[in-house]
Design a binder for this molecule. Structure first.
Ligand SMILES: Cc1cc2nc3c(=O)[nH]c(=O)nc-3n(C[C@H](O)[C@H](O)[C@H](O)COP(=O)(O)OP(=O)(O)OC[C@H]3O[C@@H](n4cnc5c(N)ncnc54)[C@H](O)[C@@H]3O)c2cc1C
Length: 355
């Protein structure tokens, strides 16, 4: 798909959406179906995004009448946030989750079902209950598939999609007065020229900034462009210190290590240092009894990412080892290979058998 520009001013739209991950596509489809004119501008192909790489799943309490379950999700989130969460935001996210997940299902997203035909819910770090919907270990790709198909359908009806167009900056209404807001954006087209798109509203859905780090599990498009653009037009930026680190990725020599989803720990995988692994192999006990994580958390290997990442970093600094082990040998091999086919295939490329 391409833009229909014949001069350097593109036809104006009501809503210009920067980015085509879950945030951008979801909102663009909602606005377009509500009768607004919408353009999606995305710097690579439509599906290129962190969303497409997400593995483990999406959390939510689906039974909106189950007040105790909703409240437990709120409390788990607040506890995981170490007292830094905005409770109002937590409540709105938890209480709206069922409706938004239903929107995704209505859009065609297929989450895995159990043998009984109900959603197969898994558990991840910080959750006291099983409440993660997933599509094997490629949940994000399934969500992105459904949303990009929705966008392709609406393209026929006038949704404008600019692939390989990179937004460079936002256009201020009044250069001297940032509070007047923005009137559109400038973007670099595949022909190497810069075009202007006027819009009543600009939505920054350009994802994170993982590429700021030497090694990251994020895709190369995660370069923080939206935050930088917002800063340049005078927006207040907050909470930039909150960077989430995935604690478990394949320990290969690469700046783009492959994520091993925390759903694997939710499934029973245990973190051990190399010496703990040797100790465990000399006994017939459970690997969890030997894990360094017990010294850092009562939740063991299934604590939140910040706790697990810090504990692992501390252990590696103490031992000088290059990596720790995520042990799955005690689990049902058949079952984990079925649950995590993407990871099993990736490991096989490196000669590692999952299980
Ligand atoms: C490996 C991995 C696994 C994950 N697993 C999970 C999980 O299991 N569960 C979970 O809840 N979360 C998970 N996450 C996090 C989750 O994927 C993200 O929080 C979410 O997808 C972000 O969606 P988004 O739409 O905001 O951004 P993204 O999906 O990153 O989309 C950003 C879009 O903006 C575009 N863009 C950026 N800059 C520009 C520009 N200048 N001009 C035009 N376009 C631009 C990009 O090309 C991209 O299309 C995971 C993330 C990664 C990387």
């Amino acid at each position: 798909m391409a833009g229909d520009a014949s001069n350097r001013d593109l036809p104006p739209v009501d809503v210009a959406v920067i980015g085509s991950g879950i945030a951008g596509l979801f909102l663009a489809l909602r606005c377009f179906r509500a009768g607004l004119s919408v353009a999606i501008i995305t710097k690579k192909s439509l599906s290129t995004s962190s969303t497409n790489w997400a593995q483990g799943g999406i959390a939510g309490v689906l039974d909106v009448d189950n007040q105790a379950a909703l409240e437990a999700h709120v409390q788990d989130t607040i506890a995981s946030g170490g007292g830094l969460c905005d409770e109002q935001v937590v409540r709105s996210v938890v209480y709206e989750a069922a409706s938004r997940i239903k929107d995704l299902v209505d859009q065609g997203v297929q989450f895995d079902l159990s043998a009984e035909g109900i959603y197969d819910l898994t558990r991840e770090g910080g959750h006291s209950e099983h409440r993660i919907l997933h599509s094997r270990d490629r949940t994000g790709a399934e969500i992105e598939r459904a949303l990009t198909e929705g966008a392709a359908d609406e393209y026929e009806s006038g949704l404008r999609i600019f692939e390989d167009w990179m937004v460079l900056d936002l256009v201020r209404r009044d250069l001297q007065r940032p509070e007047k807001g923005v009137a559109g954006l400038w973007c670099l087209a595949p022909d190497g020229k810069v075009y202007t798109l006027a819009s009543r509203c600009v939505v920054l859905a350009s994802g994170g900034a993982g590429m700021l780090h030497l090694a990251t599990t994020n895709p190369p498009v995660s370069t923080g462009d939206g935050v930088a653009m917002a800063h340049r037009v005078g927006a207040d930026i907050s909470d930039m210190e909150f960077i989430q680190f995935h604690p478990t990725a394949l320990a290969i020599d690469s700046q783009h290590p492959f994520l091993i989803t925390e759903a694997m720990r939710g499934h029973g995988a245990i973190l051990l240092t190399r010496s703990e692994y040797k100790e465990w192999k000399h006994t017939d006990g459970f690997p969890s009894d030997f894990s360094y994580m017990n010294r850092y958390s009562t939740k063991g290997s299934l604590d939140t990412r910040d706790v697990v990442a810090r504990a692992t970093d501390t252990e590696l600094k103490k031992s000088g080892d290059s990596h720790v082990l995520l042990v799955t040998e005690h689990l049902d091999v058949q079952e984990i290979r079925e649950e995590f086919p993407t990871i099993a295939n990736k490991l096989a490329e490196y000669g590692i058998d999952l299980g």
